[in-house]
Design a protein. Structure first.
Length: 627
């Protein structure tokens, strides 16, 4: 009964206005005061600060997804010995200003936005996916937005309706519309596409499971079927432009291919155009499909997707020329048309439900409702995502479900204080991140404490820092970084991550095949881009160890480490071993590691010995986890 559900919802914490209560009295940051008050209530005590080396590694990984250099660790530890607070302020600001910041936090948003370089379907006639040749322009827009600290409310407006914000023609910000254009089901089912658009909007931005109301009133949340079809009406009035229709897609001015790449592309393009021209009007014998279309959708699409000299268009959407009033489909059946409903916002968040203008889709008006400071969900949801990404556990453990079936926040007053501060500081992600990492709560040690674990085994009250496993992207990027092989070139066409000619660029620039997701990514819990993702699972399976043991990519990086100038300059085995630990783990080997590994080297004494030693250190838990 929706009346009963609405009554419950009116008392539910997530639908209450954000209440920025003052933190308890005491010394420390506001975050620490909230956390410490709860620790005291539970009979818990915080852990001591972690050591300087661990902290600089933690900060560098959490803010950039990359390991620090040994020089950066030495510089920080030396500075911290004189003035730890000043050294922290300096290094945090440097990391926030690093281009790697946007690449790391952009990946968080790409999980929410279900980013991929292909559609979800497969062409049986060509045995290839449907490519999205220009999806990368959306990925790059996201990275640039986080690096520029674009206010999150503006970030949302642009993704919903950049074409309605008065931007200049071919503005790179038009690529924000890829939020819709890169979704799954584009080449299969409009109904599934619309369902996906509703889902990514409501779960991704507001933590509400609205898509469940497609066939009937939501059984557990305050979402009547009419609300689903009101939103469906917004998106049904939006047309996605064919990803291969270059004449209708705006050309981005953000990319400048080299002259040689352009010439090579033009030669290959001319050959494909000639091939299509030669079969113009002909049909395949087995399925009566256009032969020219087959060439276009495979050879041309692949050329546009990967060739660095190809033009760089932006995937966009536009309002339909004819805007129809939405109609409820009874039991979700399009053939059973029920009542007409206006395009409008959700009743639980907008009791008046004023209709959106009839002469447009209402995308912009929907975005304004979502990012309104009066909306109690959006800031809370985003703040919770950022907190979980940095801290290794969320304040609300169901980050895409803040509804009646979702988890309650562990620290409700802290969540509201952070959300209010986020909005008050112009929806600044960098300000939010800095608030979190400058807290003692973030900087405490991650060591197990038996007496505290007996009271709070899951660390819900944050009596220690969480030990975190690196994502597959951070693991891959770290292999390249310590090997001196990492290519820091930003933006542009996607590259293969593991093929024989794998890219040395960061993993965020890797090619993501939605239909056939890379098995190595899957083995390390990379989420499917078939729908918006709340968070990443963390599994420990044998295939992960087999990858680090046998993958040519890993073996290549181990070989590169022992070919570095610093390693080759070493005059004896002890110096070589110390150099490997410094380059890979940014520390000296301890009193047990040094004699054991020296004994192994002296016993083996063959050409591949040092490669194996380097690979062994790269495989260690210490390399793949953040303390």
């Amino acid at each position: 009964d929706q009346d009963v559900i609405f009554e419950k919802a009116r008392e539910h914490w997530a639908f209450q206005p954000v209440d920025a209560v003052d933190p308890p009295n005491g010394a420390g940051t506001e975050i620490d005061l909230f956390v410490r008050a709860q620790l005291n209530e539970q009979g818990l005590t915080p852990s001591p600060p972690t050591d300087d080396r661990t902290l600089i590694r933690r900060l560098t990984y959490d803010l950039t997804g990359l390991p620090p250099t040994s020089q950066a660790v030495s510089q920080f530890t030396a500075s911290a010995a004189d003035d730890r607070e000043k050294a922290l302020e300096t290094v945090i600001d440097e990391l926030l200003d690093s281009p790697a910041f946007g690449e790391h936090f952009g990946r968080l948003w790409l999980d929410v936005a279900r980013y991929a370089d292909t559609d979800s379907t497969y062409r049986p006639d060509t045995k290839t996916p449907y490519y999205f040749p220009f999806a990368f322009t959306y990925r790059d827009y996201v990275i640039k937005s986080f690096n520029a600290d674009k206010p999150f409310d503006q970030f949302v407006r642009e993704q919903f309706a950049a074409d309605q914000l008065g931007l200049e023609e071919n503005s790179p910000d038009l690529a924000a519309l890829g939020f819709w254009a890169i979704g799954p089901h584009a080449n299969r089912s409009q109904a599934e596409s619309l369902d996906d658009w509703i889902d990514v909007t409501t779960r991704g931005l507001m933590g509400m499971t609205v898509a469940c109301a497609r066939c009937h009133d939501h059984k557990y949340e305050p979402v009547p079927t009419a609300d689903y079809y009101s939103l469906r009406g917004v998106f049904a009035a939006v047309n996605r432009i064919d990803e291969l229709d270059e004449n209708k897609l705006p050309l981005s001015t953000a990319y400048h291919p080299s002259k040689l790449d352009q010439i090579d592309y033009e030669e290959k393009r001319a050959a494909i155009d000639a091939k299509m021209g030669a079969v113009k009007g002909q049909k395949a014998k087995n399925n009566n499909k256009s032969l020219a279309g087959k060439i276009r959708d495979t050879e041309l699409a692949k050329l546009l997707t990967f060739h660095p000299g190809a033009p760089n268009h932006m995937m966009v959407v536009q309002d339909a020329k004819k805007i129809a009033e939405p109609v409820v489909f009874v039991r979700g059946d399009a053939s059973q048309r029920g009542e007409t409903v206006p395009r409008r916002f959700l009743k639980i968040l907008d009791p008046d439900q004023a209709a959106f203008p009839q002469d447009s889709s209402g995308r912009l008006q929907l975005a304004e409702k979502i990012v309104s400071p009066e909306n109690p969900l959006t800031a809370r949801v985003f703040v919770n995502r950022i907190w979980g990404y940095i801290m290794g556990s969320h304040l609300v453990s169901t980050p895409s479900d803040f509804g009646l079936q979702g988890a309650a926040p562990t620290h409700p007053e802290l969540l509201d204080w952070l959300a209010a501060e986020f909005v008050r500081n112009n929806w600044s992600t960098k300000h939010l991140v800095k608030q979190i990492v400058t807290s003692r709560t973030y900087q405490q040690a991650s060591h197990h404490r038996t007496e505290m674990a007996a009271l709070d085994s899951e660390n819900r009250n944050l009596w220690r820092a969480n030990r975190k496993r690196l994502s597959i992207e951070a693991i891959r990027d770290s292999f390249l970084a310590v090997a001196g092989s990492l290519d820091l070139t930003m933006g542009g066409k996607p590259n293969e991550l593991w093929a024989e000619d794998y890219t040395r660029r960061r993993a965020i620039y890797g090619f993501i095949n939605r239909f056939n997701l890379d098995p190595t990514l899957r083995a390390f819990d990379f989420p499917t881009p078939m729908q918006t993702q709340p968070l990443r699972d963390e599994s420990i399976v044998a295939t992960q160890a087999l990858f680090t043991l046998n993958a040519p990519f890993v073996i290549d990086q181990a070989k590169s480490v022992v070919q570095s100038p610093s390693f080759l300059a070493c005059s004896d085995n002890e110096a070589r071993l110390r150099q490997l630990f410094t380059d890979i783990l940014q520390r000296e080997p301890d009193h047990l590691e040094l004699p054991r590994m020296l004994k192994f080297v002296e016993r083996e004494n063959r050409p591949l010995t040092w490669d194996l030693v380097a690979q062994g250190i790269l495989m260690s838990n210490e390399f793949q986890y953040i303390d």
